[in-house]
Design a protein around this ligand. Structure first.
Ligand code: UD1
Ligand code: UDP
Length: 384
């Protein structure tokens, strides 16, 4: 039998660990003899509730290599990751490096691999916010430029790449100079479908907080543009508190460590007290994946600046108010599943009021058929 395809998968931030679960599961169930995957964790996220919990809950094998880079400014953090990934690529032979999304861990993997001529496969390629002030926009554009396979979750992502001049012809074998653009569907949809029943059975947070299905609002905020700018952070909490009181619904905010830190640093004392004194405004630690899925399944409405949470809300038929000026997931806007509100109080209030009144319209599947991971593995194997 031929040697298995040797993949080095680079993960580091919470959503990447979650996304990697879909392909690790596909390898374990359908490609065990043909693909050998090594997991490298950069250590970008390291708290147990930002990292280990996902390995445990999603059944991902332990990382084979942990660089333990931790937090830091963009340049220093990314440089430490590049150095560690490069050392691993020099130490062992890999047929390709598999990267997810748009974090500093993604960029580091792309730079390290491309310079050593190890082919890059990018999952979540082609997404664009058209806003280069977002660190993620810079990371994803650079990673796409280094990639040999660009696995697009949506037709819009394929169109973005076509507009940027990526070849759409896949008749010759893929190379870094003539990459293959593939519409694969979204591995996050695979995961949400796979774990939905388990979440309904095992998650406890909704009950522990005394919440009832369809009777609360789920909020997440972690983008630097929202957390690190005092006026935006204060403005957001002011409007969230006001909406909670106006609608009489409990709000749950599983707080990213960045958000928790910036709340302590930047929130006006009067707002911090108002949050602490409101028994129905639950600021809780980052949730595990099963609890998070259960929150999304049962929330009446989701308010978020997260990329992943926007889509998961839609997977479970929940309307979303997006706390960003742009989104890469434009199909959600086009189908009336989400509205963009940025950090503008009037737009946030209008979006929340409307969705609480009207809910969301029916919508066709937008992110594939739940088998993106198998499609990606099959495509990678074709080239070897
Ligand atoms: C990163 C990604 C972002 C992604 C998010 C997912 C980049 C540039 N950004 O943002 O695209 O949406 O992850 O959650 O890669 N911290 C802890 N414990 C941890 C991890 C972080 O306390 O386990 C704190 C540290 O103070 C750190 C801050 O959070 O400085 C920010 O972490 P970092 O990984 O730099 O960026 P995120 O905001 O998490
Ligand atoms: N998530 C989670 N617990 C939380 C918040 C998010 O498990 O407290 C999951 C969420 O279900 C989704 C992913 O993390 O699968 C999204 O990650 P995040 O919002 O950190 O980053 P983004 O998607 O914006 O890059």
């Amino acid at each position: 039998m031929a040697d298995p395809l040797r993949i080095l998968t680079v993960i580091g931030a919470r959503p990447q660990i979650i996304k990697a679960a879909a392909i690790s599961r596909a390898v374990a169930t359908s490609f065990r003899d043909r693909i050998h995957e090594t997991l490298l964790h950069t250590g970008q996220h390291y708290d147990a509730n930002m990292s280990q919990v996902f390995f445990d809950e999603l059944g991902i094998p332990r990382a084979d290599i942990d660089l333990g880079v931790g937090s830091g400014p963009h340049g220093a953090q990314t440089a430490r990751m590049i150095e560690g990934i490069e050392q691993e690529l020099l130490r062992s032979r890999y047929d390709l490096v598999l990267l997810y999304g748009d974090t500093n861990s993604t960029l580091a993997g792309a730079v390290a691999a491309a310079k050593l001529h190890v082919p890059v496969a990018h999952v979540e390629a082609g997404l664009r916010s058209f806003d280069k002030r977002m660190p993620e926009e810079v990371n994803r554009i650079l990673c796409d430029q280094c990639s040999t396979w660009l696995f697009c979750p949506t037709a819009t992502a394929v169109e973005n790449l076509a507009r940027e001049g990526f070849p759409m012809d896949v008749s010759s074998p893929p190379t870094a100079d003539r990459p293959h653009v593939v519409l694969s569907g979204d591995v996050m949809f695979d995961n949400s479908m796979h774990f939905a029943a388990l979440a309904a059975e095992r998650a406890t947070l909704v009950r522990d907080l005394g919440l009832v299905p369809n009777g609360f609002v789920l909020v997440t905020v972690h983008r630097d543009h929202n957390t690190d700018v005092p006026e935006r952070l204060n403005g957001l909490f002011e409007v969230l508190l006001a909406l909670r009181k106006k609608h009489g619904l409990p709000f749950v905010l599983p707080a990213h460590p960045r958000t928790r830190k910036m709340m302590d640093l930047l929130l006006a004392p009067v707002l911090r007290k108002a949050v602490a004194d409101d028994p129905d405004f639950h600021v809780v630690p980052p949730a595990g994946f099963l609890d998070m899925i259960a929150l999304e399944q049962q929330a009446r409405l989701v308010i978020t600046d997260s990329g992943g949470v926007q889509k998961e809300a839609y997977f479970f038929g929940r309307p979303v108010v997006v706390l960003r000026p742009t989104t890469e997931w434009v199909e959600l806007l086009a189908h009336g599943q989400a509205v963009l509100a940025d950090a503008d109080p009037q737009r946030i209030i209008a979006g929340v009021d409307r969705f609480l009144r009207e809910g969301v319209p029916a919508c066709p599947p937008l992110y594939g058929d739940g088998h993106a991971a198998e499609r990606i593995c099959t495509e990678l194997l074709k080239a070897y």
